[in-house]
Design a protein around this ligand. Structure first.
Ligand SMILES: NC(=O)c1ccc[n+]([C@@H]2O[C@H](COP(=O)([O-])OP(=O)(O)OC[C@H]3O[C@@H](n4cnc5c(N)ncnc54)[C@H](OP(=O)(O)O)[C@@H]3O)[C@@H](O)[C@H]2O)c1
Length: 265
């Protein structure tokens, strides 16, 4: 039985994951984090009697109950500190929260390596995103010109999304895209060309009508390739990937990014 502490268990993504964990036979939720429902039983809030663990206001308090895997599903401003605390308590960590930078992960990697614990960070657990990342890496080997579009709902506070940061950072390991007109030489506001993230130009759209989506456009003379993922309104696409990450993270040491680390693609 893998003992799991779920930070953000009362949120949109975390609550869906908690309900599915309740139905598994190999995972058990031993504690949960969420400020507004601190002191309550998680099952009472999610109407799932099998979830008997308590909700705590902070990761520090929740980690006083020993766990094997800590799942971080809160907000970018608390995520890094929570991950550090979980590693300090000897847990492996699965990170669903978006917004952490490459620099954050480099720091966490040092800590995880030292403590011989795994951190598996997936900006997006959906299978269609995992495939988009892989297909984009293949295309980048052959096509040196691309730009990335990042779509999300109007109240998403972080930009670009974790999905797109992860994509840009993975593509940077393949090559740096070439821009015939350097961004600094743009005539007009250079922001119009988007933000440079790990070498890729990224354009974040935040509008009602979008949930989460990502698109990468590769351009070559007289031909173009678009690869696009769109998710619907439920948090269901993220559950299976998160479960897989929880089950496999104890095989890792250090920070690993992307679900395909533990998938045989
Ligand atoms: N990797 C993926 O596939 C994936 C999928 C969906 C979402 N995400 C990311 O996951 C994160 C959560 O998204 P969401 O839509 O589920 O957000 P949400 O609905 O706002 O849920 C956030 C959860 O974290 C708790 N929380 C927030 N700040 C906290 C703090 N300072 N201390 C303790 N608990 C805190 C909230 O409870 P209280 O407010 O009561 O504290 C709530 O339970 C975001 O970064 C999002 O981009 C990733």
């Amino acid at each position: 039985m893998i003992r799991v502490c779920l930070a953000g268990a009362t949120g949109w993504a975390g609550s869906e994951l908690a309900r599915v964990i309740a139905a598994t036979t190999d995972l058990t939720l031993v504690s949960a984090v969420g400020r507004r429902h601190a002191g309550s039983r998680l099952g009472a809030i999610l109407q799932e009697p099998r979830l008997t663990c308590q909700v705590y206001a902070s990761a520090e308090e929740a980690l006083s109950t020993s766990c094997d895997v800590f799942v971080e599903y809160t907000k970018p401003d608390t995520a890094k500190d929570n991950i550090r605390k979980a590693l300090d308590h000897g847990a492996h960590v699965v990170v669903g929260t978006s917004g952490l930078t490459d620099q954050d992960y480099a720091e966490l990697d040092g800590m995880a390596q030292r403590l011989k614990r795994g951190v598996l960070a997936c900006g997006n657990f959906a299978l269609t995103v995992v495939l988009l990342q892989r297909f984009a890496e293949m295309a980048a080997q052959l096509i040196p010109h691309w730009e990335i579009l990042d779509y999300a709902h109007e109240d998403k506070t972080d930009a670009p999304s974790g999905t797109v940061r992860e994509l840009a950072s993975r593509l940077a390991r393949v090559r740096t895209p070439t821009a015939p007109v350097p961004i600094g030489e743009t005539v007009g506001p250079p922001e119009a060309r988007g933000a440079t993230v790990a070498g890729s130009q990224v354009h974040s759209v935040r509008l009602p009508g979008f949930v989460i989506g990502a698109e990468i456009i590769f351009g070559m003379p007289d031909q173009r390739l678009s690869i696009r993922h769109d998710s619907g309104t439920s948090a269901r696409p993220y559950v299976d990937g998160a479960l897989l990450a929880i089950r496999r993270v104890n095989q890792l040491i250090g920070v690993h990014r992307g679900l395909d680390t533990v998938l045989e693609l």
